[in-house]
Write a new protein. Sequence first.
Length: 52
Amino acid sequence: MNFSRSFQALLQYLSEAVARIFSPRDDDYPATGMQPYTGDPYRDGYWRDGEF
């Protein structure tokens, strides 16, 4: 009896995951577009990776 409940719960878990993967997107984020860069450029010539 316990095995059948566990197996049923596993199948439900997997089917909900598959349904969520293949369903239409539900995100409703506003369209922000291109964001302007507001930082300062690096002024010491060039960047050397791994050296501090």
